[in-house]
Each structure stands twice: as C-alpha cells, then as structure tokens.
Design a protein around this ligand. Structure first.
Ligand code: DQA
Length: 155
C-alpha cells in the first residue's frame, strides 16, 4: 500500500450503468453517477483516492482487476450478473495480488437461487450486500480499514 494515501479501483459490472431506472424496487433510485460522487466524497474523508469504471464486458473487467495489481492498493467490485457466472473474474481476483471487496446493492442471498452463488466471493477479503448504494460506501470503508491493518503488519 502506498505510504499514506491508498488508491482504490471501483468496478461496476453489466447493467449497473442503468441504475436509477433499472428495477428501482430492487436496486434503488440512485444513479451510478450519484453513487460514484458519494464514493469520491467518502474517499476524501477516508484519505484515499478512487477511480470508478463501469463496463458490461467481462474481458474489460478481468483486465482491469489484473491490471489493478500493478497500480492500485485494492479493488471494490460489483460484478453484477458476472458474480454468478464468471470463473475468469474469480481467477483475476486471485491473481491480482491486491485485496478485493465484492459488493452488491441487493441482498443476493435472499433472491433467486442462481444469485446465491458467487464465484468471486471466496477469493475476496470481504463482501457487502443488501444496503443499496450504501453497500459501496461500506465496502470502501472496509477495504481501507483492511489496508491500514495490513500496512501495520496485522491481518
Ligand atoms: C447485483 C446483483 C446481481 O445478482 C445482479 O445481476 C446485478 C446487480 C447487485 O448489486 O445487487 O446486476 O450485483
């Protein structure tokens, strides 16, 4: 981790660019733009920097996670539906060499059976779900605390 100011990559997967109008009863009314703005605001109070990227492409997300190992201190990712299908993303998380936190707006364990399996989950240092847009802020906070502990030689 960089000495004092961690750099966090935030990745949003497929269909998350439609937040605001996409099934608001499940995902809430916040747009991705407003979520990214609140992440930047929270990052400022936590003393870190965030770069937020959205893509519907599994390949782009895999490359971004792998590449994060070269320049970022950690990753927050909402992989969207790729959570439940992508072994390639799981392998990228395992290969990245930086901690990754999985996050979801909805409580995936309480939804359809196919959403209960996360391929990435076991490869991540933590997982936040079910708190709407707040899930992202909790994931960022948890990751920054994890990095601080690791920096101090803890676990
Ligand atoms: C989601 C949950 C996924 O099951 C779904 O495919 C999404 C959004 C969430 O944030 O709740 O696209 O990742």
């Amino acid at each position: 981790m960089s000495a004092s100011r961690p750099f966090i990559l935030v990745l949003h997967g497929p269909n998350l660019n439609a937040l605001g109008s996409r099934e608001p009863a499940i995902y809430g009314a916040d747009t991705l733009l407003s979520i990214d703005a609140s992440l930047r605001a929270r990052a400022a109070t936590l003393g870190c920097d965030v770069l937020c990227v959205q893509s519907a492409s599994e390949a782009v997300l895999v490359d971004a996670v792998l590449d994060a190992g070269r320049w970022a201190d950690g990753v927050v990712i909402n992989p969207g539906a790729l959570t439940h299908t992508s072994v390639a993303l799981r392998d990228a998380v395992l290969a990245a060499g930086v901690p990754v936190v999985e996050c979801h707006l909805s409580h995936t364990d309480r939804r359809e059976a196919f959403r209960r399996r996360s391929w990435l989950g076991p490869a991540c240092v933590g997982r936040v779900q079910g708190f709407g847009a707040t899930s992202y802020l909790l994931a960022l906070e948890g990751l920054v605390a994890h990095l601080a502990r690791a920096h101090q030689g803890g676990r």
